[in-house]
Design a protein around this ligand. Structure first.
Ligand code: CTP
Ligand code: MG
Length: 385
């Protein structure tokens, strides 16, 4: 007996408010529609699928078939109707006459599993219908026309989803009768209940995950779940080179004829790094946290200020993944100090030295660094949860 899928995707996704049909929206990098087709194809039990689309989404589908396809299972595209019921009917009519079983599925349920699909298929082969369902976790109340509330017994309730799988000719006939009778329903199982001796509900592993994407909140939850728990920040600082000051870079004092001018020890590399960390935290810059008008920071050891910034990082629930610092100086030669600088920074960030990179470059005598007027530094830092 041949098995077909009808995947309805002809809604407008109004409640999701995404500005386009929600089934085309990438969920973790792949659209809901493509994810449904993946699941039905992976089953290996279907002869083909009909997808039901509204006219206004035809172009979007063609683009999707290029970017996320090829959807080899799709043998036909049917035009949607004004209601889901009408869309399903149009999909059913597009199936070949010899179709034996049809699984009707909402494209808005992208997490449908093979187990779920197969459970409905098996049931439909044996009993003529198979509708995936889950126990209800909320207590459901019925509200009467006058506002009177009745509690329903939870243990007897089931929430039904799609796929809903049926003997093809029976469900097609039920749809035709409903059209003649003016009966409108919210799922296909209701038609089966109405015209035949009831419907088979089935359960399967993965049914809880088979959620329907309906509201904006559904998409926000998924977005939060898939958002990588990392933050990146960038920092830049410059200090003037003057006589009579110490030269301190990454907490290492370097003997030289000049040093960097500033309110604190003017460790330009650590300042850039702190700005990168504060940037990743979304916490502004060091000027905001350690104002140079505050006498407390006069001559301050920047490595101690770094410890204060790192405390903010920890309190906010982050730790450093890695950091990369570039010092731009024409002179002095810094190569001999690199290891000590790297160790210092690793210590200050609370990470292994492999997670820190410190490098230095000249500017071929160009610009203020090249002329020896000052030293600049740049840094990037990655924070992880
Ligand atoms: N559907 C359809 N034709 C319609 C209405 C809905 O094919 N006229 C499809 C939707 O594309 C979706 C499924 O039926 O895959 C379930 O419908 P729903 O979740 O209500 O989606 P939308 O109707 O698109 O959303 P909304 O009601 O918020 O506009
Ligand atoms: Mg709808």
């Amino acid at each position: 007996m041949s098995a077909w899928a009808v995947i309805v995707a002809a809604g407008r996704g109004e409640r999701a408010g995404l500005g386009k049909n929600k089934v085309f929206w990438p969920v973790d990098g792949r659209s809901a529609l493509a994810r449904c087709l993946d699941a039905f194809e992976a089953c290996g039990r279907f002869d083909g699928a009909v997808i039901v689309l509204s006219q206004s989404d035809m172009q979007a589908y063609e683009a999707l078939a290029v970017s996320e396809g090829p959807f080899l299972l799709v043998k036909q595209i049917a035009l949607g109707g004004d209601t889901r019921q009408a869309s399903v009917y149009n999909g059913l009519k597009a199936l070949p006459e010899d179709a034996g079983i049809v699984a009707i599925h909402d494209a808005a349920r992208p997490f449908v599993s093979q187990d779920v699909i197969e459970a409905t298929l098996e049931s439909a082969r044996m009993y003529g219908s198979g509708v995936i369902s889950t126990p209800v976790v909320d207590t459901i109340k019925q509200v009467g026309p006058g506002g009177e509330v009745t509690s329903l017994e939870r243990a007897s309730l089931r929430a039904v989803q799609t796929p809903q799988t049926f003997d093809y000719h029976k469900i097609l006939e039920a749809h035709e009768r409903a059209r003649a009778d003016g009966l409108s329903v919210t799922d296909d199982a209701m038609l089966f209940e109405h015209y035949y001796a009831g419907v088979r509900l089935v359960s399967a592993p993965g049914a809880e995950a088979n959620i329907k994407l309906t509201t904006r909140a559904d998409f926000e939850v998924l977005e939060r779940r898939s958002r990588p728990d990392v933050r990146v920040g960038q920092g830049y600082d410059v200090h003037r080179l003057v006589e009579g000051r110490r030269l301190v870079l990454c907490g290492v004092e370097i003997p030289w004829e000049k040093g960097l001018d500033g309110h604190s020890d003017a460790d330009v590399a650590v300042h850039a790094l702190m700005d990168a960390l504060l940037g990743a935290l979304g916490e502004g810059d060091i000027g905001r946290h350690f104002p140079d008008t505050d006498p407390a920071y006069k001559g301050a050891d920047s490595m101690r200020l770094l410890a204060v910034v790192m405390e903010k990082v920890r309190v906010a629930g982050w730790r450093v993944g890695n950091a990369d610092v570039t010092i731009v100086a024409q002179r002095p030669k810094l190569a001999g100090y690199m290891d000590a600088m790297k160790q210092n920074i690793a210590w200050g960030l609370g990470v292994a030295p492999e997670c820190v990179n410190v490098k230095a470059t000249t500017t071929e005598c160009l610009g203020f660094e090249g002329e020896g007027l000052g030293i600049s530094a740049q840094a990037v830092a990655l924070l992880v949860r």
